[in-house]
Design a protein around this ligand. Structure first.
Ligand code: HSE
Length: 402
């Protein structure tokens, strides 16, 4: 018998409760032992809900109970989750979490504590919700050097950009609709400013390149400056705009960022629409592999958490070796990151100046009534772009995924 304690009975916690109860015989068969929920921790009461039978308000009950084998942490936020998880691991319990803030900040430390206590710290649901991406990176793609990761890792922003593209609606209108449908939070800052995607690419970069990447060091640009006019130009060149979390290794330097990117149709991420997420990984031997699915929501996220519970049960007292050292990886500066840029500049008849500053650009025909010039630049670094843009009235500039 495997006893599970769930910390937090919110969106994901209630999904974990439902999945373990509804699919119990299947899950227990796959785990090799009967899996049951012994406790659910929450500050609140839930009168009339079946969770009442196992609800506790004091984490010590869980930590001190030697019968609890696996703790599921789905509270979110860094504290008190960090303290609770540390105590659980030190008490010899495996921990499975969906908490990206916790994993991005303390992943290396918690993996070390887990290993020292012969238990596991699993976090499949922390990136891409229900999409398997952590286990493939840690346990399947062990042969390849990872050259690059490109991911649509935030469903809210992907929904907003899809609607702007398909319906020609402006950012504020679509954001409001997303909030009404429950796809966007009342305070949407973490999604639209890219902070949520930033935690996720920090985790993937740390795993792919084996050292701690601090999310504070990752250049992060959200989608608030993208307009419907930008999408009109995209239609002309058969491209789209997506918010990407990106990690790339170039000549020994690791770059990581969150930024809107122009994506052409030949990139498989082009067709990832609405709230779906997808993560494209480029290995030096394997080539491209893409993981696609639902990156949020109660049951998809809980499905990934429970798959970690099954894995933790199967592993018994053996920790999975995860290569994520605490030593920090210094990232390359965004000023040195090279890419083409999509640019819109105020004014027409400026081709000579554009050629002199940006070089041989590819012009995109605009609406004749608009007093602007649009083009794609050659590949250039961030600092070269800033220098070239000096003196021009830039309406928008978006990196192009090459
Ligand atoms: N707000 C996130 C999203 C939820 O929109 O993808 C999952 O982290």
């Amino acid at each position: 018998m495997i006893n599970v304690a769930i910390l937090g009975y919110g969106t994901v916690g209630s999904g974990v409760f439902k999945i373990i109860n509804e699919n119990n015989s299947h899950i227990s068969r796959r785990a090799g032992e009967e899996v049951r929920i012994k406790y659910v921790l929450d500050l609140r009461d839930f009168p009339g809900d079946p969770v009442e039978n196992v609800l506790v308000h004091d984490v010590d009950v869980i930590i001190e109970d030697k019968e609890v084998d696996v703790v599921v942490e789905v509270m979110g936020g860094v504290e008190p989750a960090h303290t609770f998880v540390k105590r659980a691991l030190e008490s010899g319990k495996s921990v499975c979490t969906s908490n990206k803030e916790l994993v991005a900040k303390h992943g290396a430390e918690l993996l070390e504590i887990a290993s020292n206590n012969n238990v596991n710290f699993f976090f499949e649901a922390s990136v891409g919700g229900g999409i398997p991406i952590i286990r493939p990176l840690v346990e399947c793609l062990t042969v390849d050097h990872i050259e690059e990761i490109q991911g649509i890792m935030n469903g809210t922003t992907n929904y907003i950009l899809t609607k702007m593209e398909d319906e020609g609606a402006d950012f504020d209108t679509v954001l409001k609709r997303a909030q009404e449908k429950g796809y966007a939070e009342r305070n949407p800052e973490a999604d639209i400013e890219g902070y949520d995607a930033c935690r996720k690419i920090a985790i993937l970069t740390s795993l792919a390149y084996e050292r701690q990447v601090d999310f504070e060091d990752i250049y992060t640009e959200g989608i608030t400056k993208i307009t419907t006019d930008d999408f009109k130009y995209m239609k002309k060149i058969g491209a789209s705009i997506k918010l990407l979390g990106m990690a790339r290794k170039v000549d020994g330097t690791t770059y990581a960022m969150v930024s809107p990117f122009v994506i052409y149709q030949d990139n498989p991420l082009y067709n990832v629409k609405n709230v779906f997420n997808a993560i494209l990984v480029k290995g030096d031997m394997l080539g491209d592999v893409m993981f696609y699915g639902k990156g949020a929501g109660s049951l998809p996220t809980a499905s990934a958490v429970v798959s970690d519970v099954v894995d933790a049960t199967k592993r018994g007292g053996a920790s999975v070796k995860v290569y994520w050292k605490k030593e920090k990886r210094v990232l390359g500066s965004i000023d040195a990151f090279t890419t083409p840029y999509f640019v819109r500049i105020k004014g027409t008849g400026i081709e000579k100046d554009v050629l002199a500053k940006f070089g041989d650009v590819q012009y995109i025909e605009g609406d004749a009534s608009q007093d602007e010039t649009a083009f794609i630049t050659p590949v250039m670094s961030g600092s070269e772009f800033e220098k070239a843009a000096e003196g021009f009235d830039i309406i928008s500039r978006i990196r192009v995924c090459d």
